[in-house]
Design a protein around this ligand. Sequence first.
Ligand SMILES: Cc1cc2nc3c(=O)[nH]c(=O)nc-3n(C[C@H](O)[C@H](O)[C@H](O)COP(=O)(O)OP(=O)(O)OC[C@H]3O[C@@H](n4cnc5c(N)ncnc54)[C@H](O)[C@@H]3O)c2cc1C
Length: 500
Amino acid sequence: MGLRTGEQYVEGIRNRKYVKVYVMGKPVNDAMASPFLKPSVLAFKATFDAAFQEDTKKLARAYSPYINEEVNRFNHIHQGPEDLVAKVKLLRRLSHKVGACFQRCVGWDALNTLYIITSKIAEREGKGVYRDRFINYLKYVQKNDLALAGAMTDVKGVRTLRPSEQPNPDAYVRVVEERDDGIVVRGAKANITGVAVVDEVIVMPTRAMTEKDTRYAISFAIPLDTPGVTVVVGRQLNDARRLEGGEIDGLPYMFNHEGLVIFNDVFVPWDRVFLYLDWAWAGALVEVFSAYHRQGYAGCKSGLGDVIIGTTYDLARQLGIQDRPHVQSKLTEMVFLNETMYSAGLTASWEGIKLLSDGGWWVNPMYANVTKHLVTRFPYEIARLAHDIAGGLLGTAPSEFDLKNPELRPLIEKYLQGVPEFTAEDRLRMLRLLENVSISAGYLIESIHGAGSPEAQRISMARLYDFQLAENIAKNLARIRVNIRLPEKVEPHRRSDVEG
Ligand SMILES: Cc1cc2nc3c(=O)[nH]c(=O)nc-3n(C[C@H](O)[C@H](O)[C@H](O)COP(=O)(O)OP(=O)(O)OC[C@H]3O[C@@H](n4cnc5c(N)ncnc54)[C@H](O)[C@@H]3O)c2cc1C
């Protein structure tokens, strides 16, 4: 098949055999019937619909050499820098359509990571079993156009202790039993995007390991309806608006969710195990995954930035202030911040690196880290400027139910209208959209912590920058030592661990 429609995806998750998903303390079997999860299903669905819509079809489809068919790009293995660029562009465009996180990137980045790591293990150690298993799995995912979640972040207990040193031995996902037909795993992964509405979860280690942490060095994939898997869906600001049955206050009515995924002695057959006790590879896996994921933020966050800039511009017009110099200057600043994040992600893509003899295109790790580090800051500034222009009503506007009350409606229309060309309802719709997007977990908290908290990028950038070489550049010019030979490669960057 290779390409499912949005409707087929929805049907697919309805047909999952058995899922143990909790929302606000209660079990939910049919995500589409849950007002809390339905917006999440709709956001995920948009990634399937994109493969059939005229304005996104080209970006959302890619040719897979593994099944010799077109597949949804969210399950595609990047074949060159053009694919990496297409990823960023697709994510920007999808943000325009969804107005929230569409949740399918983590699984995509996990696929590309496992492709590289299992191939590297085969190349370096001649151990091809993981690669063979992974390629079979990839073909299955591509043929059935599955929706995947990527679960890397362990609950981690005491942050300063390694997995094997934790007071709770299950603070990181680990193997508790090895059988002839597979392994049994225990532990939990936190903050997993979209997990209640996917077909499968790909699990990866979250940090570099030592020999003592061997039993924690595992990666595998399982269907969400595997016995022993429990998902506890988290709350977000304004989430109860999904339950109100309105059509303004909860705009855009497509949202992401995150969940705590608990693996309570879950059986994983061998053909789904892609890394097993190979502790020395855990660090490289994390490095590859986090760079892919950090690059991707250039697309989705600049796309949400466009939504915020567009909403702010409209609200400025409604107030009649769009031509005032300070407003123009603030709008321009928002554009600058937004396009800076996007440019960094495009650079990370065009400067992509071929890691394997037969492909394996990875992003440039320095620029991917720079991208994500910009993302930890700029959305907050963009939101600040948007809130400045939108005015205080952004935090105090009456509800849509007041607007729909026949007694109040004429009063609200009279007193909350700005420039006569727009109605009060236009204003409320824009304010709610801006509020829900710009103060959301997806635009703010995820910008900080998704793909690693800010310090993680600083550590990577400091590792990747060759300070010694920069010093030599300076020494030449300062005539402390002249004629220090500079390498052909212009940027003073070191090779990452996985390239080395
Ligand atoms: C909206 C959202 C969606 C997400 N989606 C996913 C997903 O789909 N899949 C997934 O795997 N993960 C996901 N994440 C998780 C994300 O990758 C983590 O939140 C991130 O890596 C930070 O980990 P943490 O939350 O455990 O915070 P911590 O790592 O605990 O960070 C908290 C603070 O502690 C500091 N700190 C941590 N360890 C140390 C140390 N040893 N020494 C000194 N300081 C330390 C950090 O710098 C930070 O300031 C998501 C997160 C969010 C917010």
